[in-house]
Design a protein around this ligand. Structure first.
Ligand code: FES
Ligand code: FES
Length: 160
């Protein structure tokens, strides 16, 4: 099968590579570009572990082909910290004990960034609805919801 060339930006880094036409975006991120933040869980769009931001929008990267994302900007959870300073959501997840095994966390953080961009001061119900595509087997969600609520004002303050 003929490889296709894609070029994109991942966490601020411009990358170019040849990929197989049928390669999933999450596979390309991990195997071609060495970005291991997005995890592979269900590969059928149900768990959200593979969620990344594609031009600012949370997308499940197991539901996209790598060739679909030419010339886009992808942000993974690892790219959220700026100059070594944790993103307010990362800080809040840490402080609120919103992760245990951490498998869901990169996807959860990306989904939460998108949620707060759309709804800067969400209610608990809105947070739960915004994150319903991201499953967590460990935390029971309460701490995640609290962490997102805690990060919201800090993000609004920083204009992010
Ligand atoms: S691995 Fe993509 S949604 Fe589960
Ligand atoms: S912290 Fe383990 S799946 Fe969410």
């Amino acid at each position: 099968m003929h490889h296709r060339k894609i070029s994109l930006t991942i966490d601020g880094r411009r990358v170019v590579s040849e990929v197989e036409p049928r390669m999933l975006l999450v596979q390309a991120l991990r195997e071609v570009f060495g970005v291991t933040g997005p995890h592979i869980g269900c590969e059928t769009g149900r768990c959200g572990a593979c969620t990344v931001l594609v031009d600012g929008q949370a997308m499940k990267s197991c539901m996209m082909l790598a060739v679909q994302v030419c010339d886009v900007e992808i942000t993974t959870a690892a790219g959220l910290a700026q100059d070594g300073v944790l993103h307010p959501l990362q800080q809040a997840f840490h402080e609120r004990h919103a992760l245990q095994c951490g498998f869901c966390t990169p996807g959860m953080l990306c989904a939460a960034v998108d949620l707060l961009a759309e709804t800067p001061r969400p209610t608990e119900t809105e947070i739960r609805a915004g994150l319903r595509g991201n499953l967590c087997r460990c935390t029971g969600y309460q701490h995640i919801v609290e962490a997102v609520a805690q990060a919201a004002p800090a993000m609004a303050l920083q204009g992010i």
